[in-house]
Design a protein around this ligand. Structure first.
Ligand SMILES: [Zn+2]
Length: 156
């Protein structure tokens, strides 16, 4: 008959519990990284869209506002940096998963472009979304997603 070594079993049990805890923690971190990444990617596309809309509307109006454009470029660069930081914190597997997802999304966008080539080209691709808000500084009406006021450059 084996003699049960209670102490050893206890020890092993504790180790198992520790590793279970650690795995749960890893999973939580993993989920958080992906969530942070999604949030930052949403912020990035929003900032890029705003930058594009700004440049477009300035160009259309024959105006220039390099200071405001610069603010958006800085905002985009900041979010890009945050995304790089999050990716740097990810494991190889996570990064591979995220990058595969990005590649799949990029590939999925291609047919849509080909499809619209046959159809009538949409006149206003950078039309701002309906939602607007009021700049607290100069009271101008600005796009709901705007990061900065188009008129006074205040951060919103
Ligand atoms: Zn303003």
């Amino acid at each position: 008959m084996f003699e049960l070594d209670i102490e050893m079993l206890k020890e092993q049990g504790l180790q198992l519990m520790d590793s279970a805890k650690k795995t749960a923690q890893d999973l939580a971190d993993k989920g958080k990284n992906k969530l942070d990444l999604l949030n930052q990617q949403a912020r990035l596309s929003k900032a890029q869209r705003q930058l594009g809309a700004l440049v477009y509307s300035l160009h259309k109006a024959g105006e220039e506002n390099p200071a405001l454009v610069e603010k958006y470029i800085d905002a985009v660069a900041e979010v890009e940096k945050a995304i790089e930081d999050i990716k740097a914190n990810m494991t190889e597997d996570e990064r591979a998963e995220v990058e595969a997802q990005e590649a799949a999304e990029a590939a999925a966008e291609e047919p849509a472009v080909d499809k619209t080539a046959d159809e009538e080209i949409e006149e206003e691709p950078i039309q701002l979304r309906g939602e607007t808000k009021i700049c607290p500084v100069c009271k101008s009406e600005v796009d709901g997603d705007a990061l900065f006021c188009n008129h006074c450059g205040a951060q919103l």
